[in-house]
Design a protein around this ligand. Structure first.
Ligand code: IVH
Length: 672
């Protein structure tokens, strides 16, 4: 080959690999398989070894870390890996503590000791040890199910592979954060947006020898599954972790009073940029593990812990334009397109303006110079306008009164609880008639928390829509792969991968199926509540326009808002058809019926104040023992638990129906 020719070929391949790196890393929408990627990489390396003058800064020979595989085996976590709720200031913190005291029914002046730990901004990982040997390493995944990345985790020198201490638990899961030190990240800067992405990308290399090239670190901070846990304090557990050979943070601390928590927060925040790793706040955990156990969880976060975030990084930039995005639930969100600006290490070119009221309140106009804030993974937002830099020509922004996608009229909903109109304007179309809403619904359907279809990233969904291959979620199961193969960037292998991911997504739990439908106000938690209540998939598939949604009021956590949204969803024929067609393609699994508890087959209702224990805790105890909580008296109710000052009407109704009337002590006797 001539010099010129080989150079042209080489540069084309570099361009190609750059395209796929971008699709994979920045857009999370790869369009070629790992195998095809590896072939491309090999071709580049072969050209370089043949023609020594070929050399490009973007060549895989110059870069550490290649394309990680998205096809790791998945495994369920024995104990789910949850998130943390956030607090931002003293008021939030007081509220957080108040909720704990209410739940535990403790006095207002009760003090708690907290284990205070830095919240490292990395990727969490779980390590299972059996008889001191590391046997399994999982990523967080969606919190319920992680990826098996044992070999990659084993390459991290901070992670002990074998522990010989006599007091090291026989069967335990240690959890912590995988991260890259800030100064090590400097060398990887060209490839990743921030240290967190670098850690995540490196950890998920298909070939663990690629992971080994990257200086990943690990700090341990908690346990998951733990057989015979005898620890009484989180801080004691952290001390033992250190003794057993794990790295723990040197900033771990125990603090009791809220004022001292705030003082400590201020002092760590001041020195956050000096720390060797990125930290986005502090984690406060109730130090007493018995109390942690009693407090349990609400939604997907523990009641006993909170993350106290540091203030956000900010910068100034100019608004070039204002786009209106239409979301899955029809909400119109104005987004400022700004001159790209670096905020705390990430280049930002979009910032949300939230809604019309926000634009009017802050008088934000195209052409204005504005202050933009970015905190962690949250979408950057516009805080204020720098009026001193305003050009008189900048006109007030007029918010559209028609949906920019389908032209339907937009409306603000009236909130019956606040007696006010919502700040958000919504497209008034229903079902799948609005193109933008339909695309967003499909993206939601395939997303990680729903069907979790690898290879159907946002960009791929958009492409398939643009080509008219999909219009409804069910179209995913009748794709014409020959047509997709003819699209730019798709090959034999990537088609095979896509088919595989789609097929493996077909088996799905009832709660994930309900969540995947994208019904407004029915998020993961509500979908779980409904699925637990209905238990069988047939019960869900039976729901139509004539269904008596009032029965859902018995579900603790489901209220009028959710019910009216469900009613609306099931009143639209298009939605009923989606549910019906999907049920033909999917294998929907009934909710696992926990019938082992002492209170199985019994339902309870509480009225009046209980002694020494909160109602919330009693409800949790009943549910843990397979009992059901009902919120109204009916023939279905087996027991009414009566405390001080009960609602007389409820007790009278219960008497009339022959429901058993018991007090708190009798409940405890039922539970032994
Ligand atoms: S405890 C349910 N401790 O924060 C308790 N998490 O938002 C959650 N994190 O996924 C885990 N430092 O990746 C805990 N000292 C710390 C932490 C920490 C960072 C991360 C972790 C988790 C996320 C939750």
């Amino acid at each position: 080959m001539e010099k010129k020719e080989s150079e042209k070929l080489y540069l084309n391949k570099i361009k190609e690999i750059n395209k796929h790196n971008k699709l994979y890393y920045s857009e999370d929408s790869p369009i070629i398989s790992d195998k095809e990627y590896d072939e491309l990489k090999k071709e580049i390396l072969e050209l370089e070894s043949k023609y020594s003058f070929l050399n490009h800064k973007d060549s895989p020979s110059k870069k550490v870390g290649f394309k990680p595989s998205k096809n790791f085996k998945k495994q369920k976590h024995k104990v789910p890996m949850l998130s943390l709720s956030n607090v931002f200031d003293k008021e939030d913190l007081i509220n957080f503590e108040k909720k704990i005291k209410n739940y535990l029914n403790l006095k207002k002046d009760q003090l708690f000791e907290y284990s205070v730990e830095p919240k490292i901004d990395g990727i969490s990982a779980s390590l299972t040890y059996k008889d001191g040997v590391l046997i399994l390493g999982l990523s967080r995944g969606d919190g319920t199910e992680g990826e098996v990345i044992t070999e990659n985790l084993k390459t991290i020198s901070d992670i002990p592979k074998k522990i010989n201490f006599k007091d090291f638990p026989k069967n335990v899961e240690i959890r912590g954060e995988v991260y890259i030190k800030k100064n090590d990240f400097e060398k990887l800067k060209n490839k990743f947006a921030n240290p967190r992405n670098a850690a995540s990308g490196s950890l998920r290399q298909k070939d663990s020898s690629e992971t080994k090239k990257i200086p990943l670190k690990f700090i341990a901070y908690t346990f998951g599954y733990f057989q015979n846990n005898n620890f009484s304090k989180q801080s004691d557990f952290l001390k033992s972790l250190k003794k057993w050979g794990f790295k723990t943070s040197k900033y771990n601390n125990t603090i009791t009073k809220i004022n001292d928590l705030i003082k400590n927060h201020n002092s760590v925040e001041e020195k956050r940029y000096e720390l060797e790793y990125d930290v986005d706040g502090l984690v406060y955990k109730i130090n007493d593990l018995k109390l942690q156990n009693r407090l349990g969880f609400v939604g997907n976060a523990p009641r006993w812990a909170a993350a106290h975030k540091f203030s956000a990084a900010s910068s100034f930039s100019k608004i070039l334009n204002i786009d209106i995005q239409v979301g899955r639930t029809g909400a119109l969100t104005p987004v400022a397109k700004v001159e790209p600006v670096n905020i705390g290490g990430v280049v930002v070119s979009n910032a949300t303006l939230h809604n019309e009221d926000e634009i009017n309140k802050k008088d934000i106009r195209i052409g204005d110079v504005v202050k933009i804030e970015r905190a962690g993974d949250v979408i950057p937002h516009v805080v204020t306008v720098d009026l001193s830099k305003r050009n008189e020509k900048n006109k007030k922004f007029k918010f559209p009164d028609k949906c920019p996608s389908c032209g339907s009229k937009v409306e603000k909903e009236f909130n019956n609880q606040t007696k006010k109109f919502d700040a958000v304007k919504r497209c008034s179309s229903e079902g799948y008639t609005c193109e933008k809403i339909a695309i967003e619904k499909i993206k939601h359907f395939v997303s990680k928390e729903a069907l979790n279809i690898d290879g159907l990233g946002k960009k791929v969904v958009e492409k398939l829509w643009e080509k008219n291959f999909i219009r409804y979620p069910q179209d995913i199961f009748r794709l014409d792969y020959d047509k997709i193969k003819s699209l730019d960037g798709w090959g034999q292998q990537s088609i095979m991968n896509l088919k595989y991911s789609i097929n493996s997504s077909k088996k799905i739990s009832l709660n994930k199926f309900i969540y995947a439908l994208g019904i407004r106000h029915i998020g993961q938690e509500n979908a779980k509540l409904i699925s637990k209540h209905l238990q069988k998939k047939q019960n869900f598939l039976k729901i139509n326009n004539n269904f008596d949604f009032k029965t859902f009021l018995n579900i603790d956590g489901i209220g009028e808002i959710q019910i009216s949204s469900l009613k609306k969803f099931f009143s639209i024929n298009e939605n009923l058809n989606v549910v019906k067609e999907l049920s033909n393609y999917l294998i929907i699994e009934n909710e696992a019926n926990n019938v082992s508890g002492k209170l199985r087959n019994y339902s309870f209702m509480i009225t009046g104040k209980l002694n020494g224990i909160s109602r919330a805790e009693v409800k949790t105890i009943i549910e843990k023992n397979s009992g059901k909580i009902l919120s109204s008296v009916s023939k279905k109710l087996n027991y009414i638990i009566v405390g001080d000052n009960p609602t007389t009407k409820k007790v009278t109704q219960a008497k009339a129906l022959g429901t058993k009337i018991i007090d708190q002590n009798e409940l405890m006797r039922l539970l032994n």
